[in-house]
Design a protein around this ligand. Structure first.
Ligand SMILES: *Cc1c(COP(=O)(O)O)cnc(C)c1O
Length: 342
């Protein structure tokens, strides 16, 4: 893979903004270099532009070198960076599975980059050859999501590997739900594949959707490009502090994930037993996709009871499907009770 050929020329040549914090790193007693208010209130100073402390903790937990980690304002930011770094608007394209997470297409549309969809099989899996057939010389990236949203299943690992190995551009593997999955993460494959970008997030298993913190893992060269293009202070200080707190309490997060997984198994069983549910699809994530007789109607009836699920009726392959997040034991019980009464 020739990275320079994949990257937009203006980005390759870009001289990034240099902040006060970039130009002086180290300890000093008097900081008069950034036009900050000198009176300490915990947020009067600019935050660390490269979030060193947070990344150090992530690096320990994930076993990935700090220089291979980029943090963003949610996963939304690294998704957008893939387009801004690699895709020339109006010329280049990306290929993605369908159905999948909606942000890839939105980001493509915003950046005026053609978005090519390849329908999943009826078991919500994909075939690498079908995907690669959709690529051409202007295809800069392929988006895969595993476990996939909204279908819940993990994609076939061998097909993902074949895609990475046989595509000359970037392959993004979005692992937002990896902590709920029985499958191995692709983080361990980063050294093997210079064209791989793995996305993870604090929004799901880490119970941090409100702090907006996404993680991108890739080669040092790709991370350098992302860091060059991102806003200098893209992750604010409150978020960095809160993330450190979550990372220092990793065991608590793991315990909650274990509880969610127990609840998921129970919910899957109970949903399958309901006569109003035609099918509860297998899941490797913290949500379940179910097929029902009339999804619009069931959605509205649940709304009337104060229970909000995601109506996926209009999504490819998801006709009459609802997507249900695994909640607390009480919430799940309430859902089952209401569904049984419909
Ligand atoms: C929820 C989700 C994310 C998380 O996005 P954030 O911007 O980090 O909140 C990323 N990818 C997928 C597939 C998701 O479902």
């Amino acid at each position: 893979m020739d990275l320079q050929k994949l990257v937009r020329q203006n980005i390759w040549n870009l001289k990034p903004y240099s902040s006060a914090r970039d130009e002086f790193k180290g300890e000093a007693s008097v900081y008069l270099d950034a036009n900050e208010n000198p009176y300490n209130n915990d947020v009067n100073r600019y935050p660390d532009p490269l979030q060193w402390e947070v990344k150090e903790k992530i690096s320990q937990i994930k076993g990935v070198a700090i220089k291979k980690i980029m943090l963003g304002n949610g996963s939304d930011e690294p998704i957008d960076l893939v387009f801004r770094v690699f895709c020339e608007p109006g010329i280049d394209n990306v290929v993605a599975i369908d159905p999948t997470y909606g942000m890839y297409q939105v980001s493509a549309d915003i950046n005026n980059v053609e978005y090519r969809k390849v329908l999943l099989n009826s078991d919500f899996d994909f075939n690498s050859d079908n995907l690669l057939q959709k690529t051409d010389k202007n295809t800069k990236a392929i988006f895969l999501c595993s476990p996939n949203n909204p279908t819940g299943n993990s994609l076939n690992r061998n097909e993902i590997v074949k895609t990475i190995e046989n595509f000359a551009g970037i392959v993004v593997v979005d692992e937002a739900y990896i902590d709920f999955s029985s499958q191995k993460s692709f983080l361990n494959e980063l050294d093997k594949y210079p064209n791989l970008i793995v996305l993870q997030t604090f929004s799901k298993a880490w119970a941090g959707a409100g702090i907006r913190l996404g993680m991108a893992f890739a080669s040092e060269e790709i991370i350098r490009l992302f860091n060059k293009v991102k806003y200098p202070y893209n992750v604010n200080k409150l978020t960095q502090n809160y993330a450190l707190n979550l990372l220092n309490n990793y065991q608590e997060v793991r315990d909650k994930v274990a509880t969610i997984l127990e609840e998921r198994a129970k919910l899957q069983q109970e949903l399958s037993n309901l006569s109003c549910v035609e099918k509860a699809y297998p899941t490797d994530s913290n949500f379940l996709l179910i097929k029902v007789g009339d999804a619009d109607n069931m959605y509205q009836q649940l709304v009337n009871k104060g229970i909000i699920v995601r109506n996926r009726n209009k999504i490819s392959l998801c006709m009459n499907c609802l997507r249900i997040t695994v909640g607390t034991p009480e919430e799940n019980k309430e859902l089952i009770t209401e569904l049984a009464n419909l």
